[in-house]
Design a protein around this ligand. Structure first.
Ligand code: A2P
Length: 327
């Protein structure tokens, strides 16, 4: 079996640490693995498959040695600086930040939705936003069957979406301390504010969900979103209201959901993030017709934002390329 040389960028972060777990669990075919972070972490160690590795400082020289894949999760600024350097060395960069997602030339991929867009000459690939990933998997199934006219997303997003800093603010609040990362207290609160506010009143997180859904489906459907940070640790929930062109047959839809690998439909009990934390699958429930429009549907979708919403999807993109013979 062919094995691959991997660079992990942002290895000390929440997603970086989850890359390690997911690579171990899925037994990704590795020949060599190198862990990078900022200067602050140089010399720290990480454990991978019971072996200790020194974390290296990421520099412009880091990609002078051979790598097949570089998995980035170190923020948009780091990706913008170092992603193109790795790409120029013909290393496949799979980037978890928002740096390249909006770029029409750069593939944005959820393998089970649009893996077909990938090509052997792709050296810079964007991993979508966490809430978008878990939403677009069922959305694609609905669209294929009944043609989506409009989607309204309302999200309930975990503090880990903001990395260790987000989790820390939740803990601070529990201990009666003011937040450091979030603008307002997240403990015992809901903040309809994720990422920065834009001129039109939307947040950048909402803009990401709207733009990325269209790019992933390669369709100009109508999408709107309200994204809310809620005081939980891991796992995002999304309530979706969907309007379709054709009449919805629930039995047909459930059958199609059940055919998608990694998508679990719950018929009776509804799924919660607590029940499926630190797991890779997307869980869907509360499926019901919306009679307030001609062809409407409501559903509830949960997934672990650091797993399928970030690390797992990134690794699945690399696995897809290997499986399809692109690498
Ligand atoms: P470091 O721990 O050295 O700051 P989080 O999930 O907590 O947001 O983690 C972000 C990750 O991105 C961390 O591993 C962090 O490393 C890394 N990072 C941040 N800035 C840089 C940079 N300029 N170069 C390399 N890695 C960086």
């Amino acid at each position: 079996m062919k094995t691959y040389d991997l660079a992990i960028v942002g290895a000390t972060g929440l997603v970086g640490q989850t890359f390690i777990k997911v690579l171990e669990e899925r037994n990704f075919p590795i020949n060599k693995i190198v862990f990078f972070a900022s200067k602050r972490s140089a010399g720290k160690t990480v454990l991978f498959k019971n072996e200790t590795y020194q974390v290296r400082e990421l520099t412009t020289e880091s990609f002078n040695e051979h790598f097949d894949f570089a998995l980035f999760s170190a923020g948009a600024k780091t990706s913008l600086t170092y992603g193109p350097i790795a790409k120029d060395k013909k290393i496949v960069v799979i980037d978890n930040s928002s740096a390249f997602r909006m770029d029409a030339e750069i593939p944005l991929v959820v393998p089970e939705v649009n893996g077909y867009v990938l090509d052997k000459d792709d050296y810079l690939i964007a991993n979508p936003n966490c809430s978008t990933i878990q939403s677009v998997v069922p959305i694609k199934v609905i669209d294929d069957l009944f043609g989506i006219k409009r989607v309204v997303y309302s999200t309930y997003q975990a503090t880990s979406g903001a990395g260790y800093a987000g989790l820390e603010d939740l803990k601070r609040g529990q201990n009666g301390l003011e937040p450091v990362h979030f603008e307002k207290p997240i403990y015992d609160n809901c903040l309809p504010h994720i990422d920065i506010f834009l001129e039109d009143g939307y947040t950048k997180e909402e803009q990401k969900m709207i733009f990325e859904t269209k790019k992933l489906l390669n369709k100009d459907i109508k999408v709107t979103a309200t994204c809310v940070r809620v005081p939980i640790t891991y796992g995002h929930s999304v309530s979706m209201n969907v309007e379709t062109y054709r009449k919805i047959d629930l039995n047909l839809l459930i059958k199609a959901f059940n055919e998608v690998d990694g998508l679990i439909y719950h018929d009776k009990d509804y799924p919660t993030v607590q029940a499926y934390r630190h797991q890779d699958d997307i869980h869907l429930g509360r499926l019901r017709l919306d009679d307030s429009v001609e062809n409407g549907l409501n559903l509830w979708v949960v997934a672990d934002n650091i797993r399928k919403g970030a690390a797992t999807n990134t690794i699945q993109i690399a696995e897809y390329m290997i499986k399809e013979g692109l690498k």
